[in-house]
Write a protein that binds this ligand. Structure first.
Ligand SMILES: [Zn+2]
Length: 389
């Protein structure tokens, strides 16, 4: 079967779009060259004000809409094999057939109301796979898998169907077989179940840096899955050897990215230090984002924002402010100690509480606690200056 990856913009796809309200069908796109709903397709079911709106919201946010599949006929005309719901939603929106409630708004926005976003929508590129099946039998087989009645097929199941062949067979044998004894170990780090292709999808995601469709297209005729399997095992092995204990928070992290980003950083080879730090952070109740502890430690404990540290509360801030301000007024100096040190125009300025922020005197990352002993108020500028060091 011949296959080709092609880009079309939303504007091109929607050129000459016609929607039949009576039949509930998108009919044509690409200026008549594309038949959106061939006879064998199920009818458009996205017109529920939710799924169709989600398509538009995805485009506006710049999220990928997923691959579209077109069947290329001998005269060059195209039929939509997969993607008619998405295309019809785009076509109906662009032609003003429905509006979308953005960000909890009570008023629907139609295409004409989209202002500068109009161009963004029209110029969005859609990735299409144009296929020329060798027989109608091949075409029919695809359809049976992709349009199974009553089953919501997920993205990876769909990819497997379209790329069916030796590579997918070998990959499924390894990653989609619930009898594989490695699954229990994989499940420590990956969410999902084998028979819904969740492990296969992660393996492909990791080896391809997120470009699963392109990777499968490139390898679909391969007889072996050596690269896929080796890379996956390397990542799993790295996690398994590096961390002493398995915690629930490890499940579903972006391990493929973390592996690429941190595997060659020398500090990471100090295993005892890393594990001690992780234990300490899990025991620290001020850390409110526990999943990010791994990335924080791998990154050398530099990016405190990952951990979402519990900060000084309002009562603490008020007490700190009052303490400092009374003292400062008595001495005739600024209530920001750094303004005093700086000795410039603000050296005796008394800041309002709303113009100050609470600061850890000894940094949180160096073990400084969030209490009155270790707290002080700084003017906003000095606090930001300190934070950037
Ligand atoms: Zn200051």
């Amino acid at each position: 079967m011949k296959k080709e990856l092609v880009h079309y913009t939303v504007a091109q796809i929607c050129e000459g779009f016609i929607y039949s309200r009576k039949e509930g069908k998108g009919l044509f796109g690409l200026n008549g060259r594309l038949t959106i709903q061939p006879e064998f397709q199920r009818n458009y079911i996205y017109a529920d004000g939710k799924k169709d709106a989600e398509v538009i919201k995805s485009v506006v946010k710049g999220y990928p809409l997923g691959l579209l599949y077109f069947n290329k006929l001998s005269d060059g005309r195209l039929e939509v094999l997969d993607g008619q719901q998405r295309i019809t939603s785009l076509g109906r929106f662009v032609t003003g057939d429905f509006g979308v409630f953005f960000d909890g708004s009570q008023i629907p926005k139609y295409f004409v109301d989209m202002e500068e976003k109009k161009q963004l929508i029209l110029e969005t590129k859609l990735l299409c796979y144009e296929c020329e099946p060798e027989s109608s039998e091949e075409l029919r087989q695809w359809f049976e898998v992709v349009n199974m009645p009553g089953v919501e097929i997920n993205a990876q199941e769909r990819r497997n169907a379209y790329n069916s062949g030796p590579f997918v067979n070998a990959a499924k044998k390894e990653f989609s077989n619930s009898q594989n004894s490695n699954i229990q170990m994989w499940s420590n780090y990956i969410k999902g179940v084998a028979n819904r292709q969740d492990f296969l999808e992660r393996a492909l995601d990791w080896v391809s840096d997120g470009h699963i469709d392109e990777y499968m297209l490139r390898h679909r005729s391969d007889k072996n899955i050596d690269e896929l399997k080796t890379h996956f095992e390397e990542v799993i092995d790295w996690i398994d050897k590096l961390f002493d204990s398995v915690r629930n928070e490890m499940r579903g992290l972006e391990w493929g990215r973390l592996y690429k980003q941190y595997k060659d950083r020398p500090e990471i080879y100090n295993k005892p230090v890393i594990n001690a730090k992780i234990d300490q952070l899990f025991a620290d109740e001020r850390v409110t984002n526990r999943k990010n502890i791994y990335e924080y430690v791998l990154g050398g404990c530099e990016d405190d924002t990952l951990l979402n540290i519990r900060v000084f509360d309002k009562t603490q801030k008020t007490l700190l402010y009052e303490r400092q301000t009374i003292e400062a007024k008595r001495k005739g100096i600024s209530n920001c100690p750094d303004c005093v040190l700086e000795g410039k125009t603000n050296k005796s300025r008394i800041w309002d509480i709303k113009d100050m922020e609470a600061d850890h005197i000894k940094a949180w990352s160096k073990g400084g606690p969030t209490d009155l002993e270790n707290g002080q108020m700084l003017c906003i500028r000095h606090n930001r200056l300190k934070g950037n060091k």
